[in-house]
Design a protein around this ligand. Structure first.
Ligand code: TRH
Length: 388
């Protein structure tokens, strides 16, 4: 009998869904030796974060993962022993039918979005019987505390990052076509959704007493940058100077090279889910833009992570971090961007120390891949005991 894991991923928009599903698939294969198929409905989006992907191939093996194009109608029939639908994507009916006749039935997991909100722990692991078929789906919630599904992280991440920080950064700047930073220069990466606070931030950087270099992988924020620069458009490779600010447009990087950017920069502006987690593991200061939701639901997410992240941080530095994050997420009670940036700047040393220490705290939540494998193994054991 086949015993692989099947992961299903639809690309809603952006890169977070496929970014996380791909990271998980790689971890299950690389660290647990599992046989994993990853079904993706948009291989072009996948190729942006992992250029080795052939967007036309129905099936290909990449990094040990069998990557399958999820087409409609859905062709494959036999279901795997473990089935993960990433972020509640609806599984194909034909596949659900195949799951329902499999004996014993597969362990079925819905991998949920990450949040630091307290309700996550209460919902993590809960079962949900299918209304029609003899199948039970379990909700697996990533999170920041040990009673959740934890966070995606590779076993060797700290070691790889350490080696890169010790000796890899000068070569990385050369690879990107940049000089070594000047002594008092700040290097910032910018990955963001369209943001009304951006022009004020760029103004603040341009007026900064020290040089600021902003590195922007091509993406949604480019039109706003072009408007601020008063240029018709921007392409990868372009460099523009305004006052103290030097703006470099980078090509969209592959997922591992993007990690290097996060590790090399003094400050990272990140968004959504995966880049936010990677920026935390980078042990560098970060400013997070939550994925915008209706009725400002993302403000609860922002405040929940802020509360957790700033725990134990000296009060002035905590105020500086909160000010930046809240303003960047459009919260109405925040101070203006120029003031937020000036305050944040004065607290840089404390914020940097905290970012290092935070990495240690993050580990307490546990690695998501290990926790997921344990969770599934427990479900398989329970099934054996209840159906001897
Ligand atoms: O792309 P996102 O905005 O994805 C979002 C969020 O995940 C959100 O929670 C979800 O609801 C929505 O999609 C549908 O941001 P995120 O999560 O940071 O994902 C970006 C991925 O792209 C991540 O894996 C890092 C990767 N990346 C690269 O590989 N190269 C790059 O140059 C950059 C900037 C990012």
């Amino acid at each position: 009998m086949r015993t692989p894991w099947d992961i299903f991923c639809t690309v809603v928009d952006n890169y977070g869904d496929i970014g996380i599903a791909w990271r998980l698939a790689r971890g299950l294969v690389g660290e647990h030796g599992l046989d994993v198929r990853l079904w993706v409905d948009d291989l072009h989006a996948f190729q942006r974060i992992w250029p080795a992907i052939d967007p036309e191939a129905d099936e290909q093996v990449c990094e040990g993962v069998t990557v399958c194009a999820w087409r409609t109608p859905f062709a494959a029939a036999e279901s795997a022993q473990v089935v993960i639908d990433a972020f509640g994507c609806a599984l194909p009916e034909a596949y659900l039918d195949a799951m329902s006749v499999q004996s014993p039935p597969p362990v079925w997991i819905n991998l949920e979005y990450l949040s630091a909100e307290p309700w996550v722990a209460e919902h993590h692991g809960l079962p949900s019987p299918h209304p029609r078929l003899p199948l039970t789906r379990h909700f697996f919630f990533p999170g920041y505390t040990p009673d959740t599904g934890g966070l995606l992280v590779e076993a060797d991440l700290a070691e790889r990052r350490g080696a890169f920080v010790r000796s890899g950064i000068p070569a990385f700047w050369r690879q990107l076509g940049l000089d070594a930073p000047q002594a008092d220069e700040m290097r910032v990466s910018l990955f963001a959704y369209e943001n009304p606070a951006l022009p004020d931030l760029l103004d603040a950087w341009a007026a900064d007493p020290r040089p600021v270099t902003c590195l922007v992988p091509e993406g949604r924020v480019i039109p706003q940058l072009a408007a601020w620069l008063s240029v018709p458009g921007l392409q990868a490779g372009e460099v523009h100077q305004r006052g103290a600010l030097r703006l470099h447009v980078l090509p969209f990087l592959d997922q591992d090279t993007y990690d290097h950017l996060l590790w090399a920069c003094d400050l990272n502006f990140v968004r959504g889910e995966d880049s936010c987690v990677r920026a935390q593991w980078a042990a560098r200061p970060l400013v997070w833009q939550a994925y915008p939701q209706a009725d400002e639901a993302h403000w609860d997410k922002t405040n929940a992570l802020l509360a957790h992240y700033t725990e134990g941080l000296e009060s002035e530095a905590a105020h500086a971090v909160s000010g930046m994050w809240r303003h960047w997420n459009g919260m109405p009670d925040a101070e203006g961007m120029a003031a937020c940036w000036a305050v944040w700047r004065t607290q840089l040393a404390a914020i940097e120390r905290h970012a290092e220490a935070w990495c240690g705290r993050l580990r307490l939540a546990g690695g998501l891949t290990n926790k997921l494998v344990d969770f599934v193994e427990n479900k398989i054991k329970c099934r054996v005991f209840s159906n001897p």
